[in-house]
Design a protein around this ligand. Sequence first.
Ligand code: PLP
Length: 458
Amino acid sequence: MRPVKVVLTEKEMPRKWYNIAADLPHPMPPPVKPDGKPIKPQDLAPVFPMNLIEQEVSRKRWIKIPDEVLEKLALWRPSPLCRAHGLEQALGCPVKIYYKNEGLSPAGSHKPNTAIAQAYYNKVFGIKRLCTETGAGQWGSALAMACKLFGLECKVYMVKISFEQKPFRKMMMNTWGAECVASPSPTTNAGRAVLAEHPDSPGSLGIAISEAIEDTVTSKDTRYSLGSVLNHVLLHQTIVGQEALKQFEKLGEYPDVVIGCVGGGSNFAGISFPFIHEKITGKADKEVRCVAVEPEACPTLTRGPFAYDAGDVAMMTPLLPMFTLGHAFVPEPIHAGGLRYHGMAPLVSHVLREKLIEATALKQIECYSAAVLWAHTEGFIPAPETSHAIAAAVNEARRAKEEGREKIILINWSGHGLMDLVGYEKYFAGKLVNLELPEASLQASLKCLDGLPKPPAL
Ligand SMILES: *Cc1c(COP(=O)(O)O)cnc(C)c1O
């Protein structure tokens, strides 16, 4: 039998998170207020606990993972590094394809890696209840699970259209004891204002964020929690790439290309930043390429400008230095709900400016086709988000064949698609379309950046 996976023991789990902020060639511009003044840590205190704010602004290279966090992560970690022999054979290209299977977590994606850590830090800070928003429900279910494990209450504002179309994610949240309401809801000022004007509003991530933050700052012992974008979230995901480094060491191999899909940027950062660390410090004997893959319908890294922009429509968040399509941008309803975000993690944006990573955008149908090939050859049914990383790996493999070069490819397999089968059904029925963003729509959306402060050049 050919070896299929490299498994680490619990004892071999990484004990520290890797903070790439310590190693950036140029420092990142700070988050600012609309007047251009930098945000101070105390400004964030009503929204996040101070121990997570400290991580958010930390420049320490290695941050210890608390034992209580490791113990919960060990419920499914370390995740296996698997070799996609079946896919390789189907492609017939001179490549080895490996993937970190993050779909084996209780909620089915990489998101519990940070949900567990965030619930823990809030718990030890004395917080009793967390509020958050969720689009398709991946993040809401991950946080619901983590809150229950640490004895916190959890309230999730779920974008109404998904609440109605994807009842199973809501049922998962309820099973883990969380309260999940459709957003816009009649329970917050932000929600009531939207409902007064549009009683049938399908909701949006921007509205749901505004509701969750309002609930947080008006409730006792409550804080807000975000599933991507922020520095501390990306930090918590670096356990994935560090495990992969150990697993490649056991194999005696090293990847040429590391691939992850990007919504807010956390799973891509989680797998790639530890490899970028080796690249920056000259530890690797190979020049690894890191490729972020986004949908053509929401092409933040490939077509958006680098600017200061808000994380939500109501502009309740600080202005973050990032590639953005404009906070008023409403992406087309592609099935990869987790990739429909107008902005990008400032750290991922920064390493792209530093040319430490590459970005590419793919069409929805090409991604479904790759996802189905994956299910037929590797068994697991990927999430629509994950299908973008798979399609990019297939393209890399075909290019290797054209160029007559051997290549080792590593994918962050960010989650399973067992709650997203409606997209597959539409794909099989020929009802999916490719939704490329017209230049005129992009330019119209970017108008909302007029008058905002501009980040300095590198
Ligand atoms: C949320 C999600 C993503 C996108 O989020 P990132 O923060 O960019 O990682 C990707 N894949 C899956 C399965 C998700 O649930």
